[in-house]
Design a protein around this ligand. Structure first.
Ligand SMILES: *Cc1c(COP(=O)(O)O)cnc(C)c1O
Length: 668
């Protein structure tokens, strides 16, 4: 086939496997799956120039919801396995659950993430593209994803394997390039894939490299190493997955000719990248190498910090590699701690919110001087709903530059006395809420009914069932103040028994509440993902965030909600500490004491649920004062809260976040 210039140039930079047989229709005529290929060429060239000082961003997971952002078209049919279809609902209206499901027909999120960490990584590289940074993401091609969640009547969740079709996922391409990891007793071969992440206005793109062990000549076992994200039932696989991300990732960057200046490690997961670069170096060279590494810690929770037995790692790694790991990562006793390793080999260390920094200072006093913080953010182009985009566009005096500069959201304050704005804001919210109600039309939700949502990963410290501690009390409140709708969604890690128990507890409690549906509607949605998150964060009245302080390092879902004027009810933890004075809703519950280590096993469910009901009661009363069966008081304080939320969005976004990374962490 005759190739146009742009395609030839692309192919000279990116060695696509099976181009002629499979990908030539999608990559031709100046287009890459429907988007301009010229952006890719520019990004690829800059990554090969040392003077550009490129950044490599490592993460175990990436959350990219390609059904509504960074959409690619495909000339070939996309496998049905790559689409989401009907899902079940568990509610206290069991009859509806029995007869109906919710129809979801869309391309599934790229199935290589589990939760907030991945969504943050996705939002970050999208923003890097918006900022036209010379950057590349490195992650894993999870051949069976994380898992698909099925409810098992009221007994809990059943994880199902995802069989997605890698070769027909639009925008994802295999490369001819291979890299090899040499371990003590074997070699592991990796194939590289690329997925391109475009800027919001499609004037730049950066590559995400995904590593895949599912190739010849790996033996059958090793071909499954990159099957499932966060598989933790097998320590050997757990270690090798991290070695693949770090060593394989660093080797891939070299193989592709990228001249990386900054290696950015998210969690200890990726720290073996340092080992790959340090191999064979002299002491002073290793010292020098550290200047090129930065590390971000994302959680204070114990289980998030990987530790391995020295003996196990020395059986996997070659002697020289293990020596590097041991020198920098040994904890007392016989353990290798990847967090210590990452801190010891990095020149910059950061927590992901101010409060999290304080907690890290207590957890790692020896590193106190070096631990800074950069509070997380969310990507505004991804998370502002279409109706709110239109709302902001309608008020150009306040929000004119919102596309390139979300800091203008602050100007929402100037519109507090503008009756039209208040009216339009309420209407945009009601329209979003109405759309959500029709999504669940068989469950008869009402858009003039107070609606609260808890949706995120089901983990103990996040206390998913806090609002269900006393369902009698909830029902009483609903009868006294007005009806309540509660929406839940979230997956528990398949090997987290406690998480499973929580889901079981919630389903069980919901099942006891049949017969009171006119007062209290409780809906639990299966298979929480980014596309579902986008609908929920933009359509409920209250976003509930009730982690046990101080264990939520940052949290981001509330940040997505405020961009759409959704009011917060939250404990004082993570990013919310920095928004405490902004009056974005109601803060309640236990406060982590300063200067003292915390106990993640004392969940304080009884005390904090009592406080939650008090906070919720006040919010419900205010809500029904504002919206009395569709009769709306536009001057209500509720709408002030919504406006405060929007203006707080000026700070809690990835543009502000990346500005800080550039200044504090990467020195660019
Ligand atoms: C934003 C997001 C999260 C993170 O939520 P937190 O409240 O920060 O835990 C998890 N899962 C999905 C799908 C998300 O979009």
């Amino acid at each position: 086939m005759e190739k146009d210039n742009a395609t030839s140039e692309f192919l000279s930079l990116v060695d696509v496997e099976n181009y002629d047989d499979i990908y030539s229709k999608d990559i031709s005529g100046g287009r890459y799956f429907g988007q301009p290929v010229s952006c890719i060429i520019e990004g690829e060239k800059r990554l090969r120039q040392k003077a550009e000082r490129p950044i490599a961003y490592f993460s175990m997971e990436y959350g990219l919801a390609t059904s509504f952002y960074n959409k690619f078209s495909a000339a070939r049919p996309v496998s049905a396995n790559n689409r989401n279809q009907e899902q079940e609902v568990f509610s206290n209206y069991r009859l509806a659950d029995y007869f109906f499901g919710v129809k979801i027909d869309r391309l599934m999120d790229l199935p290589i993430y589990s939760g907030g960490l991945g969504v943050l990584a996705g939002d970050t590289i999208k923003t890097m593209a918006d900022y036209k940074l010379p950057a590349v993401g490195i992650g894993m091609l999870w051949n069976t994803g994380y898992f698909r969640q099925k409810f098992w009547f009221k007994y809990g969740q059943m994880p199902e394997r995802i069989h997605w079709d890698v070769s027909s996922y639009p925008g994802l391409i295999p490369l001819k390039n291979r890299v090899k990891i040499s371990l003590k007793s074997e070699e592991i071969h990796l194939r590289l894939w690329k997925y391109y992440v475009y800027s919001y206005n499609q004037d730049y793109a950066l590559p995400l490299i995904l590593l895949d062990s599912n190739i010849e000549p790996n033996n059958e076992n090793n071909r499954h190493l990159t099957d499932q994200l966060y598989r933790s039932d097998n320590g050997w696989i757990k270690a090798i997955q991290r070695i693949i991300l770090g060593m394989g990732g660093a080797a891939a960057l070299k193989e592709l000719g990228y001249t990386i200046d900054k290696f950015h490690l998210n969690e200890g997961h990726a720290v073996f990248a340092f080992v790959e670069k340090a191999r064979g170096l002299a002491k002073n060279e290793i010292q020098e190498l550290k200047k090129h590494f930065a590390y971000t810690c994302h959680t204070p929770v114990e289980a998030g910090h990987d530790k391995f037995n020295s003996g196990d790692l020395s059986n996997i790694l070659k002697k020289d590699d293990f020596e590097i790991v041991r020198e920098f990562g040994r904890e007392d006793g016989d353990l290798i701690n990847l967090t210590l390793l990452a801190m010891n080999v990095s020149s910059a260390i950061n927590a992901v919110a101010r409060k999290h920094r304080d907690v890290m200072h207590l957890q790692f006093p020896a590193y106190k001087e070096r631990i800074q913080y950069v509070t997380n953010g969310v990507h505004t182009h991804t998370w502002i709903s279409d109706r709110f985009k239109a709302l902001y566009e309608k008020y150009p005096a306040a929000f004119k530059e919102i596309k390139s500069n979300p800091f203008v959201l602050e100007n929402a304050q100037n519109l507090k006395d503008d009756k039209n704005f208040r009216q339009d804001l309420w209407q945009a919210h009601q329209d979003n809420k109405g759309e959500f109600c029709s999504f669940l039309d068989k469950w008869g939700l009402g858009r003039d009914i107070f609606t609260v949502c808890w949706a995120r990963r089901v983990a103990a410290y996040k206390r998913p069932s806090l609002i269900l501690q006393d369902v009698k009390k909830l029902l009483e409140m609903a009868k006294k103040y007005g009806p309540i709708q509660i929406i839940f969604a979230g997956k528990a890690h398949p090997q987290d028994n406690l998480g499973f128990t929580y889901i079981n507890e919630m389903l069980d409690k919901i099942d006891t509440l049949t017969g009171v549906y006119e007062h209290l509607k409780i809906i639990m949605l299966e298979n929480y993902d980014i596309a579902l998150a986008k609908m929920l964060i933009s359509s409920v009245d209250v976003w509930l965030n009730n982690p046990l302080p101080p264990f939520e390092a940052s949290g981001t879902s509330g940040m997505k909600a405020i961009l759409n004027g959704v009011v917060q009810v939250s404990t004082l933890d993570g990013w919310v500490v920095e928004a405490e004075d902004k009056n974005i809703g109601k803060i309640f519950g236990y406060r982590a004491p300063e200067g003292k280590p915390a106990n993640e096993y004392d969940l304080r469910l009884a005390d904090d649920s009592r406080e939650l009901y008090l906070a919720l009661g006040e919010m419900i009363k205010l809500y029904y004062k504002t919206n009395n069966k569709g009769k709306v008081d536009i001057h209500s304080q509720w709408i002030d809260l919504m406006i405060n939320c929007i203006s707080a969005g000026a700070h809690f976004n990835t543009y502000r976040m990346l500005d800080e990374y550039k200044r504090l962490i990467w020195n660019i």
